[in-house]
Ligand binder design. Structure first.
Ligand code: T4K
Length: 377
């Protein structure tokens, strides 16, 4: 039998080929490749409409959008942010000159809560300038948002959401995008909306939007305002073309994701030692990730299960490992984040996205089932 092809995590959606050819032909015909071109403007308009926010500012990627947003807000001092996140969250805040203070997360949803953010204040004696929660796995609740807003208000701190996972996710009719001073999204190849690389900042604050537009471009724009620093963070026309094609397909991508997710659940729900992290019963999920915890009672550990899956060509990932509290330079300090510690050794990400058919999901599940019946060593 031929070796089956590897199965990856990440959405890796491809646009309709004919539509892509047409869209890229217009870029070549215009010979207008970057610097606030018409496709970027159209992508920003359509995103603002979809997310229900006043301003969308597209940039090179989500990391840079967070960095530019934090810098344009003119903040200095401490920022409370979770230890359990992709490195980009914390690195971008450091790059913007802020001092990250790492908070623990909820064991159920893996995200920082107003309570864990408050508890993290024990790790700092200086003024907290900002709170930067992550909408982990795309989870969004208005109640938590209110809790963070109240804490930010009490501390006179700015509130910014890393919504890299949350495009199209929400609660009822309200989608992520309009929280705090700003939110940032990622359009990396592995996301539901894919510009190969890309990201955006969303805000309802007109003055702040002007500051971000200025900060994201090195010089000379008619609407420039005063900002502490400027840098080239512009999205190109090629990226915007990918994004527009992705927006056309977004609804069908989300539906297909939900179907794939349901198939995983049908196969693995009830397996002792496996817990899925899914908020779709009560909230709108984009199912960008298929997240599970490998519990203590499962016959082998998360790291061993990952290796077992890799041996079968299933490239599951440990998101996130190590936690940011163990990653340099943040590991120079001791952090009190026991939940994060546990999750780093339990959470596993399974293959998802357009490349994964039901047969592939069956293959992943068979591979997990093959070890699930072993006796624990
Ligand atoms: N905040 C949070 C909470 C985030 O999770 C992220 C990014 C950010 C901020 C920053 O946003 P960006 O600056 O990236 O816009 C991936 C993504 O690169 C990253 O965007 C994402 N989060 C993170 C959770 O996952 P990696 O390095 O772990 O995965 P990567 O790029 O190796 O891709 C996964 C698999 O997909 C690979 O095993 C191979 C396959 N693949 C990947 C690419 C890019 C392909 O087959 N084709 C491809 O083109 O970070």
């Amino acid at each position: 039998m031929n070796d089956p092809s590897p199965l990856y995590v990440g959405q890796l959606n491809t646009p309709d080929r004919d539509a892509a050819r047409r869209e890229f032909r217009t870029i070549f015909e215009r010979r207008f490749y970057t610097n606030h071109g018409p496709l970027v403007a159209e992508f920003e308009r359509r995103l603002a409409d979809r997310l229900g926010v006043a301003h969308v500012i597209c940039m090179t990627n989500g990391t840079v959008a967070l960095m530019v947003g934090a810098s344009a807000a003119g903040l200095t001092g401490d920022v409370i942010t979770p230890a359990f996140t992709f490195p980009a969250t914390v690195q971008a805040l450091s790059f913007a000159g802020l001092n990250p203070v790492l908070a623990d997360v909820s064991p159920q949803w893996h995200s920082m809560t107003p309570d864990t953010a408050r508890a993290a204040m024990a790790s700092t004696s200086s003024r907290v300038a900002a709170i930067a929660p992550v909408r982990m796995w795309g989870r969004f609740t208005g109640e938590e948002e209110k809790g963070f807003a109240a804490l930010a208000n009490e501390l006179d701190a700015a509130l910014m959401f890393d919504a890299a996972h949350a495009l199209g996710a929400g609660e009822g009719d309200r989608l992520a995008g309009g929280g705090g001073l700003f939110e940032v999204f990622s359009f990396h190849a592995t996301k539901v909306l894919n510009c190969a690389e890309g990201g955006c900042l969303t805000t309802n604050d007109d003055a702040f939007a002007a500051a971000v537009r200025t900060a994201a471009n090195f010089h000379d724009r008619p609407d420039d305002v005063d900002v502490p620093l400027r840098i080239n963070a512009k999205m190109s026309e090629a990226q915007a073309a990918m994004g527009l094609l992705g927006l056309d397909a977004l609804e069908s991508v989300l539906e297909a994701n939900a179907r794939r997710y349901a198939h995983y659940r049908d196969r693995l729900d009830g397996m002792p030692g496996i817990r899925f992290v899914d908020h779709a019963d009560t909230l709108v999920s984009n199912h960008q990730y298929v997240v599970m915890e490998v519990e203590e009672r499962f016959p082998i550990s998360q790291a061993e299960l990952m290796q077992h899956l890799h041996n079968d060509g299933i490239i599951a990932r440990r998101y996130f490992y190590p936690g940011m509290h163990e990653a340099p330079p943040y590991n120079e300090q001791d952090w009190n984040v026991p939940v994060t510690d546990g999750l780093c050794n339990r959470v596993l990400q399974l293959p998802s996205g357009e490349m994964i058919a039901n047969d592939d999901i069956d293959r992943v599940c068979r591979s997990i089932e093959a070890v699930a019946t072993r006796r624990k060593a």
